[in-house]
Design a binder for this molecule. Structure first.
Ligand SMILES: Nc1ncnc2c1ncn2[C@@H]1O[C@H](COP(=O)(O)OP(=O)(O)OP(=O)(O)O)[C@@H](O)[C@H]1O
Ligand SMILES: [Mg+2]
Length: 190
């Protein structure tokens, strides 16, 4: 958590190896990400990491179903099983009805749920989620958080989540506050 512009998205992008920090080291499974080649880092993002971006995350030319199937296809899953799994995830996130639509034809909240489905479908070890409930009303926000944390528990994945909402933060085991680019762990967080 932290004020707008404090560096939350930047921190998430550093942790996921999307951008390189100016100083400090990000280690994943003991390996500093900076030691990996660009190709290895991209591979890691495909196999081990899932990302729900704050803005514009879906491929506009693909249907919602194809968007969710995309990371599975990139990992070598054949089209039919990839689309079957994608449909399962859309059902779990309760947006199966928009499977054939393109992102431009669905609401912000539906698009966000499709993006969560796409991040979870390859069963990543770590899910990075940048305000995944920002476009949802509080009821749907809690629903998506419930689904996200259930899916993460079922696959023993870690979730690193940015949020402005205390109700969403309440799902976390640890709370870190970022202010002016400095991260600080909250004492006594759940
Ligand atoms: N690509 C970029 N190049 C240069 N500066 C950037 C870039 N992206 C963000 N910044 C700056 O870095 C700071 C942190 O931005 P960041 O997007 O991490 O904030 P945030 O905490 O995610 O904010 P919000 O809650 O509004 O999403 C801001 O001052 C921003 O203007
Ligand atoms: Mg941000």
């Amino acid at each position: 958590m932290g004020p707008s512009g404090s560096g939350k998205s930047t921190l998430l992008h550093c942790l996921a190896g999307i951008i390189r920090p100016d100083s400090g080291t990000v280690r994943y499974a003991t390996h500093p990400l900076s030691d990996l080649s660009d190709a290895r880092r991209s591979a890691l993002r495909r196999t081990d990491f899932g990302f729900v971006f704050q803005f514009g995350q879906l491929v506009p030319e693909l249907t919602c179903l194809e968007n969710v199937a995309l990371p599975l296809r990139l990992n070598g899953t054949r089209r039919k099983p990839a689309e079957r799994q994608a449909r399962d995830w859309l059902e779990r996130l309760e947006v199966a009805d928009v499977a054939a639509k393109r992102p431009g034809e669905v609401s912000g909240g539906q698009g966000q749920r499709v993006a969560v489905a796409r991040a979870l479908a390859p069963r990543p070890r770590v899910v990075f989620a940048d305000e995944p409930t920002g476009a949802l009303d509080s009821l749907n926000g809690e629903r998506v958080m419930g689904l996200l944390s259930d899916a993460a528990r079922a696959t023993s994945a870690a979730v690193v989540l940015v949020t402005h909402e205390a109700r969403v933060a309440a799902y976390a085991d640890r709370e870190v506050v970022v202010r002016d680019g400095v991260a600080r762990e909250m004492a006594g967080a759940a």
